[in-house]
Write a protein that binds this ligand. Structure first.
Ligand code: PLP
Length: 398
């Protein structure tokens, strides 16, 4: 049987969208957040969900990262330590703010930022850390916050892949100084297909982020001046009506993702070459996608060939999440602002580009395989997935 498609929209979103359009047709609502109520309500509900004092809706996760960095009002040349395995949307804004991304290494078993590597990357120019909670699992936030506090760094939690994940009893996103979320269509929940959210307890960061995402407009005073540099990253009312429906479904969606992954783990318990990937003590992943650790030593084929054979059994799965951003041409070849090499070349002592030293991240990607997880998958697919893995393992086990 083919694996079922993901269906996460229903009559609720349909009714919300048509309701909004009907209200617009009657002149009672707008699609832009100005003079609307939906984005305001969505922000309020989102903040409440994560127990944050403030939330501001934006047009993408990338925009949320950008607004978070802009809120810090950093001098050009400031260094921001980033997770090595993350999305380009979490790194481009660093460069656009004329700051320098510095990549910490990953823990090979979780693929998340290694706190010890974070410590090693800190220099007198380091100002902030962006830690991506990869694939649904929170980073080890206690040591990260401790190191940040020691060095006076601001921590931005990137929860784009980890909505509703838990770290030692707290929701991921409620631990650092600012948290950002992507609400694009493939994430745990969406708002209109593309959108993002930023949350914080700090009023200054909140207002600066909000102003930045609306062309630097004052917003918190009657003054309609452009008081800081900014872009237009405004969320629309259409995004927000969908987002509000999706937020109500989030606990159920995440519960179904967890159940599915538990079922997959049960079905692979007897395998010799494949095992669940490591979730750290006290963390509960919300499984944006699943990861399995493959022991190539036990196989007569490479991880890639093994996974290709599983895919040929009809299981939707990838080789790995191949995203060491430091390897991308934009970073490696410094393809930023014309031929200037900025922001790296601001510092006359800046080193030439060199091979990124990320052995943990490379080992992590070499030893794991990714599989699709969503709320429409059931025990049947978990069993079929387990059976496909068992069949392929039987063929290639040493
Ligand atoms: C960790 C992380 N940060 C940021 C982003 C960017 O989000 P968006 O695609 O909504 O701009 C993504 C997108 O996948 C992501 O995974």
């Amino acid at each position: 049987m083919p694996f079922p498609p993901r269906i996460h929209l229903d009559e609720a979103e349909l009714g919300a969208v048509t309701g909004l359009i009907k209200r617009c047709m009657a002149g009672e609502a707008t699609l832009d957040r100005y003079h609307g109520t939906q984005v305001d309500e969505f922000e309020r509900e989102f903040a409440e969900y994560y127990s944050a004092r403030y939330a501001t809706g934006v047009s993408s996760g990338t925009g949320a990262v950008h607004a978070a960095l802009a809120a810090l009002d950093l001098d050009p040349g400031s260094e921001i330590v980033s997770s090595p395995i993350t999305d380009a949307g979490a790194v481009m804004p660093i460069l656009l703010q004329q700051c320098i991304p510095v990549f910490a290494d990953a823990e090979p078993e979780t693929l998340n930022m290694d706190p010890e590597s974070l410590r090693e990357r800190i220099t007198p120019r380091t100002r902030a850390v962006i830690c991506a909670h990869f694939a649904g699992q929170p980073c080890d936030m206690d040591p990260i916050m401790e190191i940040a506090q020691e060095h006076g760094l601001i921590v931005i939690e990137d929860c784009s892949q980890a909505h509703d994940a838990i770290y030692r009893g707290r929701k991921a996103g409620s631990i650092g100084h600012i948290a950002v979320f992507s609400l694009m269509a493939d994430k745990h929940i969406t708002a209109g297909g593309q959108a993002g959210m930023l949350i914080t307890n700090d009023g200054d960061y909140y207002w600066k982020a909000k102003q930045f995402a609306d062309r630097g407009k004052s917003l918190n005073s009657s003054e309609q001046r452009n008081i800081i540099l900014g872009l237009n990253y405004r969320m629309t009312e259409l995004d927000a009506v969908i987002g509000r429906c999706q937020l109500k479904k989030l606990p159920e969606f995440v519960a179904r993702r967890r159940t599915y992954v538990d079922q997959v783990h049960e079905h692979i318990a007897d395998l010799e070459s494949v095992r669940p990937y490591r979730v750290i003590e006290g963390a509960e992943s919300s499984w944006w996608f699943g990861l399995l650790r493959v022991d190539e030593e036990r196989l007569t084929v490479s991880k890639r060939q093994f996974w290709q054979a599983v895919r040929e059994e009809g299981v939707p799965c990838g080789d790995s999440y191949n995203a060491i951003i430091a390897d991308e041409p934009v970073i490696r070849e410094r393809r930023t602002f014309g031929r200037s090499g900025l922001p790296w070349t601001r510092d006359p002592h800046s080193a030439e580009p060199s091979e990124p030293q990320l052995p943990g991240a490379r080992r992590a990607l070499d030893t794991h395989i990714a599989f699709r997880v969503h709320e429409s998958l059931t025990e049947i697919e978990a069993r079929d997935f387990g059976a496909a893995l068992a069949k392929v393992e039987a063929e290639y086990l040493k």
